[in-house]
Design a protein around this ligand. Structure first.
Ligand code: TYD
Ligand code: MG
Length: 452
């Protein structure tokens, strides 16, 4: 008698990847509305990922020797930096970002990095071969041996990869790829997960480099489940203002290098070009000092970058004045305004406050606190801050100015760009004099305001 196996379904949230036994309108895990999608449970055997699927043999750790010179350069200096040195055999890199930010451009530029003897395979699910060729001409990579494939079925892609045996495969983008074994639509959580699993499995088993482009949702997360981020070795995000030509590539997870490293690019007519002197582009050039502008130095990954924080404080016609933070955290801004009220004696209850970081840069660390407060105050009083001055330091809720990491490097970067004075936390003041810059060590917000 034949045994009938009933196929099981679960409902998986498209936003967070959480599973639920029945369909509900709101995801119990992340609160997203209408995000649950039916998914059939796939037998556990096909879910094996990574090296687990390749071999299983117990060895002593000391007997395992990593490949010498393991990093493979992408030929794009900033890309290498973010990757922690370069690409790694069997490494899977996911690049997320808004549409039009430059994912396809970067991947096509990197596709020629292995040279003509080991052509990589560029799989496009979004564009036609003609469109890829057009772009390749623009980027100056059209004369390479790069193989291209316009295909969206992961089964057929894998068949082609088996045949071609490329050392590097580029998938653009994972949301367009689907597996014939599932009935849900391409881009759904089940499809994205299944396709990625199959591709990652292949890459790990064959030591093939896999680069995947992924879309992001309107909240800025990678579309599809969080599990996608767990399956790959490296997750990079492309950021930047659509209107600005500068792009920031940030690493948020990296098994082979440091996280929070950033690479800076400029989008030009011939594709993405690395920016070698980032401090220069994030400062705007003012003839005379202007009110509401403060220069700070943020440490992105291993390097300090000078950025300008701008603030505008204006009488608000609204009963609930607006607080707009671009490039800095909105909650942090609210906290800093409260600090300014409590410890600086300036209340902005009736004013709109706008804060912007020049050049589309996003500051994720607290070292910019003091600069934000001083920029706001400077705009409110309509008095410029002292010229050629760099300002950094974290503010505590008691109004104290707390030290930040990498004080020396920050000061040196400021001195290198011709700034002559620094307002910084006392504990960050260097013991040795740094040439060209006068350091003012301060211990609280009150002291800073008194000094200025
Ligand atoms: P693209 O790489 O297609 O973005 P994504 O794959 O992330 O959606 O980027 C396309 C944008 O970049 C588009 O607005 C045109 C612009 N661009 C240039 O400015 N110069 C170039 O050389 C290329 C190829 C694109
Ligand atoms: Mg694209």
């Amino acid at each position: 008698m034949a045994i009938v196996v009933k196929s099981k379904s679960v409902y998986v949230c498209n936003e967070c990847g959480a599973g639920n036994p029945k369909w509900v309108g709101q995801c119990p895990s992340c609160g997203g509305w209408n995000s649950l999608i039916e998914e059939t449970v796939v037998p556990a055997s096909s879910r094996l990922v990574g090296y687990a699927a390749a071999k299983s043999e117990v060895v002593t750790l000391s007997e395992v020797c990593p490949e010498a010179n393991q990093y493979i350069s992408t030929t794009i200096s900033e890309f290498d930096l973010v990757l922690g040195g370069g690409l790694v055999s069997g490494g899977v890199v996911l690049i997320g970002g808004n549409p039009g930010i430059g994912k396809s451009t970067l991947l096509l530029q990197a596709s020629i990095c292995l040279g003509d003897d080991e052509p990589s395979l560029y799989v496009t699910g979004e564009e036609s071969l003609e469109q890829v060729s057009l772009r390749a001409h623009r980027l100056g990579v059209a004369n390479s041996n790069v193989r291209v494939l316009a295909e969206t079925s992961v089964e057929r892609i894998l068949a082609q990869i088996e045949k071609e045996k490329p050392r590097m495969v580029i998938i653009d983008s994972i949301q367009t790829i689907f597996s014939e074994s599932l009935s849900s639509a391409p881009g759904s959580v089940a499809q994205v997960r299944e396709s990625t699993t199959r591709l990652v499995q292949f890459a790990k088993r064959n030591g093939c480099i896999l680069l995947i482009a992924g879309h992001v949702t309107k909240e800025g997360n990678l579309a599809g489940p969080r599990v996608l981020e767990h399956m790959v070795d490296t997750v990079l995000y492309f950021e930047g203002d659509a209107s600005s030509r500068y792009r920031v590539l940030r690493s948020v997870k990296n098994r082979f290098g440091a996280v929070n490293e950033v690479g800076l690019f400029a989008m030009t007519e011939q594709g993405l070009k690395p920016v070698t002197n980032p401090s220069a582009i994030f400062l705007s050039q003012h003839e005379n000092p202007v009110a509401g502008s403060a220069i700070t130095v943020t440490c992105e990954g291993s390097r300090p970058i000078l950025v300008e924080v701008q603030a505008l404080v204006a009488d608000s016609p609204l009963s609930q004045p607006r607080r707009v933070a671009l490039g800095v955290d909105g909650n942090r801004l609210a906290m800093l305004l409260a600090l300014l009220h409590r410890h600086g004696g300036t209340s902005l209850h009736g004013d709109d406050v706008f804060v912007n970081v020049v050049g589309g840069m996003r500051i994720s660390e607290t070292a910019s606190d003091l600069a934000v407060v001083l920029a706001v105050l400077s705009s409110y009083k309509n008095r410029p801050l002292p010229e050629k001055t760099v300002i950094f330091g974290e503010l505590g809720l008691g109004g104290e100015l707390r030290p930040v990491a990498n004080g020396q490097e920050r000061l040196k970067e400021a001195a290198r760009h011709g700034l002559t004075r620094a307002f910084i936390p006392k504990a960050n003041a260097p013991r040795k004099v740094i040439k060209g810059i006068e350091v003012v060590g301060l211990s609280s917000l009150e002291q800073v305001l008194g000094y200025i």
